[in-house]
Design a protein around this ligand. Structure first.
Ligand code: GCW
Length: 665
């Protein structure tokens, strides 16, 4: 299948004026990363100017200081691992780093500047990645399907085989160009053939893939089936404390790490949504994770253990069990018992990637455990890449959230960057939004989430707006009109989506299992622990001290604020409290009026977005324009469906009419 180059399509991009003069690239090509950096620079400059700069082995003294004639790639102490410095000195551009990953990141950063038309004169920039692990988690199955995939099929797997081809290389380039250094290629729900990824059935192809990744500074990771010894028919138990099981994993790790160079480790979903785990044997998550970690340790392997553990067979009548509590309750007592090469991977919120959730209380709860933040750029609950929903503003809010785990350096970002507890095994992972669609992400605008995730994990101080602007420029070139319109669309998209879907942090209200489209009671009488508890008087889940007590899992002052309906942040009001429809919000509006108003407003914003986008006909490539226009018209229609179903539902429940007398069904 054909595929595009996304933001690495250098052709025809607006370029900084000096770039035309670049004749040489000077590098001592010590390894593949530097070779790939040189290749990338040559390709970029050639595509933008028509002339390919020549590689020179030795450093090059520019003769003509008035011109920028060369780019030098120099390994040199001074910046932190994987960081880089970009300088311009007497007509020479220098990319400096203390390792070749840094050179690669510096190279891509330089290309970005050129693409965005920035001047190269007087360049002096130093950047060091905030988070050690910047990871993508693909939920790709080996039959080629993708769990929660909205961009076609997998480009890693097909018919239970691993695909290694040109697309693998372009993928690695795209990922590393935004600083991604770790990739899990298979779904966390490990079944069927995927269980065999750790056997010689797949080693040749895995090795080939991991070598491509290595050339771009990316470590390959696999999702692991916790019950592999049993499911591979080798043992009849997966008890983490059994000597036999432990010995099996030690041997297995020796074999896998021996066969697949550049393997970083494993991601595990255990005792969650039907997946096997240590609970079967009456053992804890620490027992399970530590067993694997001990086996992987001789090879520098990491065990990334997910905290998405909850009872998915709840009785909806039960008001005491609270799914939101379960991650915390399952893991908090294990704090400090995990080995150093274990990282707990925690979703941004306690439920499941809803359009709005509070930050997961394990952040700020755990004090002696390595932690990673998991976000989802696959838009499972945020429009499935048929609606625009630029998620970087949400992720940034999560990162900047103060946990009060200590007096300072206490944000989620501090924790997952290693600043809070001095941990080195930490970072951020995103459930990926790619597939084999020509444009990689289905919706062209969804590429901003892929791009933005990497950029944010590397530099969380960049604003969501700055990242969006950068993405627009490197993808579509420098064009004022395009920038203004697209930036507006992206920045308005998450707020709009939140407005026309479920209100004030309550979440869900989607069609079960597909998770697309409105269905207010879709999950209300189900077993998944996801309820809104609406009746004729009010709506919301009481998670205060007199309810499920969830609010008190936070450190002060967060706990008291969430616990108190007067002080609870209003965007989360219905997440924490059951509130009467007539309750007055700070805007002076009642809850019911807020529901009506936001639903009308959300639709209006979508209409404006679509009207704005139409002006880009002839400015964006035709193909892109058509694809986005098609999705926007679906979004317009579908946002109305959301609006009308939600508004009608609450009008019928409450019997309270809209103050503005608009049409409600
Ligand atoms: O949100 C839920 C999804 C499942 C997913 C699970 C998880 C991979 O609906 O499809 O399974 O989360 O995160 O494990």
């Amino acid at each position: 299948m054909n595929f595009e180059q996304a933001w690495l399509d250098y052709k025809g991009k607006a370029v900084s004026t000096e770039v035309g003069e670049i004749k040489f690239i000077c590098a001592d090509v010590q390894d593949e990363l530097i070779r790939n950096s040189v290749k990338e620079l040559q390709a970029a400059v050639k595509a933008m100017t028509g002339k390919e700069p020549v590689l020179q082995a030795d450093s090059f003294e520019s003769k003509a200081e008035q011109q920028i004639e060369s780019i030098s790639l120099v390994i040199k102490e001074g910046v932190k691992a994987e960081g880089y410095r970009l300088l311009e000195k007497a007509g020479q551009i220098i990319v400096e780093a203390s390792d070749s990953r840094g050179i690669l990141y510096g190279t891509f950063a330089l290309i970005r500047l050129i693409q965005a038309g920035e001047t190269l004169r007087g360049l002096h920039i130093t950047k060091e990645p905030a988070m050690p692990l910047r990871m993508l988690n693909h939920w790709d199955n080996m039959d080629g399907s993708i769990e929660r995939g909205y961009s076609g099929e997998s480009f890693f797997f097909e018919n239970n085989e691993i695909l290694v081809n040109d697309r693998t290389v372009t993928y690695a380039r795209l990922a590393s160009s935004v600083g991604i250094n770790a990739v899990v290629i298979n779904n966390v729900n490990v079944k069927d053939s995927a269980t065999y990824l750790i056997t010689d059935r797949y080693f040749d192809q895995l090795k080939a893939m991991s070598e491509i990744f290595a050339g771009y500074g990316i470590k390959l990771y696999l999702s692991l089936n916790y019950a592999a010894p049993v499911e591979l028919n080798e043992l009849d138990s997966a008890d983490p404390l059994s000597e036999e099981v432990r010995a099996w994993w030690k041997k297995r790790m020796e074999i896998v790490f021996g066969a697949v160079p550049n393997l970083g480790g494993f991601l595990i979903k255990a005792d969650s949504e039907g997946r096997p785990g240590p609970f079967t044997y009456g053992r804890t998550h620490a027992d399970g994770a530590n067993m694997l970690a001990e086996a992987a340790e001789p090879y520098g392997g990491l065990i990334i253990w997910r905290c998405f553990v909850y009872n998915c067979k709840q009785d909806w009548r039960d008001r005491k069990t609270d799914r939101a509590r379960s991650g915390y309750d399952n893991f908090i007592g294990l704090d400090g018992t995990f080995r150093d090469n274990v990282i707990l991977q925690i979703k941004n919120g306690p439920m499941d990637f809803q359009v709005r959730e509070p930050v997961h209380p394990l952040f700020g709860g755990l004090k002696k455990t390595n932690q990673m933040l998991e976000v989802q750029i696959a838009q499972e609950y945020t429009g499935q890449q048929r609606h625009i929903c630029y998620l970087i503003p949400m992720f940034r809010q999560v990162l900047k959230y103060r946990t009060y785990v200590q007096e300072s350096n206490d944000t989620v970002e501090d924790i997952v960057s290693g600043r809070t507890f001095g941990q080195k095994n930490c970072g951020m992972a995103a459930v990926a939004n790619t597939g084999n669609d020509e444009n990689w992400t289905g919706h062209d605008m969804a590429a901003a989430n892929l791009y933005g995730f990497g950029r944010l994990a590397f530099e969380p101080d960049l604003t969501a707006e700055a990242i969006a602007k950068e993405w627009i420029r490197v993808t579509y070139g420098v064009n004022k009109k395009a920038e203004e319109i697209l930036l507006n669309m992206l920045m308005n998209s998450w707020p709009a989506y939140e407005k026309y879907t479920s209100p004030l942090g309550i979440g869900w209200m989607v069609n079960p299992s597909v998770h697309y489209g409105p269905n207010v009671d879709g999950y209300e009488y189900d077993r998944w622990g996801t309820y809104h508890r609406a009746d004729h008087l009010g709506i919301g889940v009481d998670r205060s001290r007199v309810g499920t007590g969830y609010a008190l899992l936070y450190n002060e002052p967060n706990a008291s604020a969430y616990d108190d309906r007067e002080r609870c942040p209003e965007e989360l009001l219905l997440f924490f409290h059951h509130i009467p429809y007539t309750w007055k919000l700070k805007t002076g509006k009642t809850v019911i009026q807020h529901i009506y108003d936001t639903h009308f407003e959300g639709v209006e914003t979508v209409d404006e977005m679509a009207a704005g986008f139409e002006k880009l006909k002839g400015i964006l490539p035709d193909k892109v324009f058509e694809r986005v226009m098609k999705r926007l018209s679906h979004q317009k229609e579908h946002a109305r469906e959301w609006r009308d179903q939600v508004n009608s539902y609450f009008y019928r429940k409450s019997g309270i009419p809209d103050e503005k007398g608009r049409e409600i069904w």
